[in-house]
Design a protein around this ligand. Structure first.
Ligand code: HEC
Length: 466
């Protein structure tokens, strides 16, 4: 497999895909990467394994550690482990209360935490835990470990109401910010997110956060972070959302994703994603309980283009965050659209919803008014976050509109529905919903996401989708 003449710069420890899984290329970022030849020399579009080609890229493996929480559910109560307690433990306790750290016991799972319920209540009420001994009346410390009163109340209420597990589906999706340390702009040719522990990693989304972005500014690099309730509420606040529109799309440009069945993000020769100097990579992790305590070290592998590409790949999303899905509704429609302000070549689609997602459709409305349905997913399944690559990339003239229509099933007939009695709004958590029609476009190198999304003249018609 590996060309022994080539100099291996770095190996990514991920299993290889079988050629059968690959639609167009079998150039596998999960193998080894070498320096030497031009990318154009690669057997692109051919059924050939990577080791037979000599690849000029450099691979960067960003490793991160995070903890997965797992366990079976019991009946939900107002204060439950998964929904309320786990985020508090993640924020205040798990830096020490996990395997290999200072504390003698781990608070990663319900099972390992439950026996300590009473002791936890005492420890937080007496302020013995988390350890922080400075008198709050004097001085201010950036690493102040003392807990917010609301977090203390959550733990105490949980213990007082029987310390129940709740629904593992309610477990928060941690987010991890990884500084790239890039001192110059980098063009990424291939990007791949791989789970360290596929048994529990449900999916990973790796975003690029450009320097200066306000997104997740409270997150400490390298430490799993759960966007807080207030933060999530702000996301629903219209002004904040508008402010975020100035932030390169939904939150940041999409770099790579992993879900069962996803392939690495492989860009064609001459095309690449731009990761600006000083950017961070934000990993949004979603774990699924399997009944056993475990840990995970997922990875992101990048290969840089050695030569400056001619086109930049940008991921955009037609997004509609302003919906309220009524309880029990089995076919609730949400529409979103985005008008392209510049010419672009459409490459692929990635519809994204959560457990109540039912169907998703993408249509193009050309400037002359003609309409074309390019993707119809009649039975959307959250468990498969699939990308649909167009066999023939489509040139879209400026003024083309990407229209998306989603339907949600909030009825009890949807077996994934965590709670059909709830009105459902936009949110990061899987018990909340999203409606995003992601798609990739190839554009000239100097075109930015803002150029594509923001109308040149403010007077020009309504909001451009995002
Ligand atoms: C800085 C590391 C650190 C953090 C953060 C931390 N702990 Fe601890 N914890 C320890 C260590 C070390 C011990 C064992 C030694 C001890 O009891 O002091 C411990 C012991 C405990 C005990 C047993 C206490 C007893 O009286 O036997 C409880 C309960 C506990 N921690 C709860 C928590 C909770 C709840 C949090 C978060 C709200 C937390 N800890 C945060 C390090 C930490």
């Amino acid at each position: 497999m590996v060309d022994s003449r080539a100099k291996v710069e770095l190996l990514c420890e991920t299993p290889r895909y079988t050629p059968n899984n690959l639609k167009t290329t079998v150039f596998l970022p999960s193998c080894a990467y070498f320096s030497g030849t031009k990318f154009a020399d690669l057997p692109y579009d051919k059924e050939k394994m990577v080791g037979e080609a000599v690849c000029p890229m450099r691979l960067l493996a960003l490793c991160l550690g995070s903890a997965a929480a797992v366990l079976a559910a019991t009946a939900p109560t107002p204060v439950t482990f998964y929904k309320d307690v786990l985020p508090v433990l993640q924020k205040n306790c798990q830096t020490c209360h996990r395997p290999g750290e200072a504390a003698p016991m781990a608070f990663l799972t319900y099972d390992s935490t439950r026996p300590w319920a009473k002791a936890i209540k005492t420890a937080v009420l007496t302020k013995k835990m988390p350890p922080w001994f400075a008198d709050a009346h004097y001085g201010k410390f950036s690493n102040d470990r003392s807990m917010a009163q609301s977090d203390i109340d959550t733990l105490v209420n949980w213990v007082d109401t029987g310390a129940t597990a709740g629904n593992p589906k309610d477990a928060p999706k941690p987010t991890i910010v990884i500084p790239t340390g890039f001192t110059e702009d980098k063009y990424v040719q291939f990007a791949e997110a791989r789970p360290g522990n596929p048994a529990v990693v449900h999916h990973i989304i790796a975003f690029i956060r450009e320097p200066g972005s306000p997104w997740l500014r409270d997150a400490k690099p390298g430490v799993p972070f759960v966007p807080r309730e207030e933060a999530r509420k702000q996301e629903n606040d219209k002004e904040k959302r508008n402010a975020r529109r100035g932030d390169g799309g939904l939150t940041g440009d999409f770099l790579a994703g992993y879900a069962p069945g996803t392939l690495p993000n492989i860009m064609k020769p001459g095309q690449a994603k731009l990761v600006k100097a000083g950017s961070d990579i934000v990993l949004q992790m979603h774990y699924t309980a399997n009944g056993k305590a475990t840990s995970d070290r997922s990875k992101v592998g990048l290969i840089f283009a050695t030569e400056k590409p001619t086109e930049r790949i940008i991921t955009l999303g037609a997004v509609n965050p302003a919906f309220a899905i009524p309880p029990g509704d089995s076919n609730y429609q949400v529409d979103a659209k985005l008008t392209l302000q510049e010419d672009a070549t459409l490459i692929n689609f990635l519809p994204h919803m959560h457990f109540r997602g039912k169907s998703f459709e993408y249509r193009i409305v050309y400037p002359d008014g003609t309409k074309e349905t390019l993707l119809q997913v009649p039975h959307y399944d959250f468990n498969w976050q699939l990308t649909y690559d167009l066999a023939e990339p489509k040139h879209l003239p400026a003024g083309s509109v990407i229209e998306c229509t989603a339907h949600f099933d909030n009825s009890p007939n949807n077996r994934y529905n965590p709670d059909p009695s709830k009105e459902v709004h936009w949110g990061e958590q899987t018990w909340e919903e999203m409606m995003i029609g992601f798609f990739d476009v190839a554009v000239p190198l100097n075109t930015t996401a803002m150029d594509l999304m923001v109308p040149k003249k403010p007077a020009q018609t309504g909001p451009a989708g995002l």
